[in-house]
Write a protein that binds this ligand. Structure first.
Ligand SMILES: C[S@@+](CC[C@H](N)C(=O)[O-])C[C@H]1O[C@@H](n2cnc3c(N)ncnc32)[C@H](O)[C@@H]1O
Length: 270
């Protein structure tokens, strides 16, 4: 009797142990399954971050390689003194765009707000394409206008450029700071190509906004307006305002480098 009881107790104990082991095994299995799911989620997340950074790095590498190509091709314009692009100056994407634009459009009158490398580039380009054109380079700072003149002399293109020093002043029409005396100098002129690369952004909010409303009467029918630094927030909102106020213009946004906004009158308005 005692032995049978002992056997019975042992069997019950064994069953309890087996049940506990089974319970623990089931719990561990579901716990591991949960962890596996979490690991898979973390893995997917890391993969997507990885893909994002690979794309960013690839895009940057592409941009750098285009910059190098552009600079090599621009050198073929035969500058006598190096043209330094980037930083405060136009980048090589805008430089390439300007060259292509000038070849296609052959503008008779060019106005540039913010002188520098762009001035020398456009003058050299027009010297090759067509000598009979007017090129007005505006700067609010004498120092930078003089520097541009020096680069133009070194490159043998100075006689094609008219340098206008127009100190920044408040304007009545748009109640913002802008190039003083410029409108008076432009009397009787019609601009075919307008490059807006000044005044500098930090001068005021939407610093370059006044250009279109103030220069509008001086734009020729087929004028092309190019705004540099169009990837900046301020320039984006300037373009939005211009398109609302002058719906006759269409916009093409080129996003490489500093970004450029190109406005031309749409066909319907002509
Ligand atoms: C964006 S920059 C114009 C650059 C010009 N279009 C070029 O391609 O070199 C606008 C104005 O900034 C001023 N500027 C130029 N270089 C500068 C510098 N290194 N530091 C501060 N202002 C500068 C000049 O008065 C210039 O008109």
């Amino acid at each position: 009797m005692r032995i049978e009881m002992l056997i019975g107790i042992n069997i019950v104990a064994l069953l309890i142990i087996i049940a506990v082991i089974c319970f623990i095994a089931i719990k561990l299995k579901s716990r591991f399954a949960f962890n596996d799911k979490q690991f898979a989620q973390v893995n997917n997340y890391l993969n997507s971050i990885n893909a994002f950074y690979i794309e960013v790095v690839n895009n940057k590498l592409n941009e750098i390689s285009f910059e190098i190509q552009n600079s090599i091709y621009l050198g073929q314009l035969g500058f006598k003194y190096p043209l330094f692009l980037g930083g405060w100056s136009i980048d090589s994407f805008l430089a390439k765009y300007l060259v292509q634009q000038m070849v296609a459009q052959k503008p008779k009158t060019v106005l540039e707000l913010g002188s520098g490398a762009s001035t020398v580039l456009m003058a050299r380009c027009m010297q090759i394409i067509n000598n009979s054109y007017e090129h007005f380079a505006v700067d609010h700072e004498k120092k930078y206008l003089e520097l541009t003149k020096q680069y133009a002399i070194l490159n043998g293109v100075v006689e094609h450029i008219t340098f206008w020093e127009c100190p920044i002043q408040p304007t009545e029409e748009v109640k913002m700071l802008w190039y003083g005396g410029l409108l008076e100098k432009l009397q009787g002129k019609k601009i075919d190509l307008l490059l807006i690369d000044g005044p500098p952004g930090p001068l005021q909010k939407e610093s370059r906004y006044p250009a279109l409303p103030l220069l509008y009467p001086y734009l020729s029918e087929n004028c092309t307006v190019i705004l540099d630094d169009a990837n900046r927030t301020d320039e984006r909102s300037i373009i939005e305002r211009w398109l609302k106020e002058y719906p006759e213009f269409d916009l093409v946004h080129e996003g490489s480098g500093h970004g450029i906004g190109v406005l031309t009158r749409n066909k319907l308005s002509l």
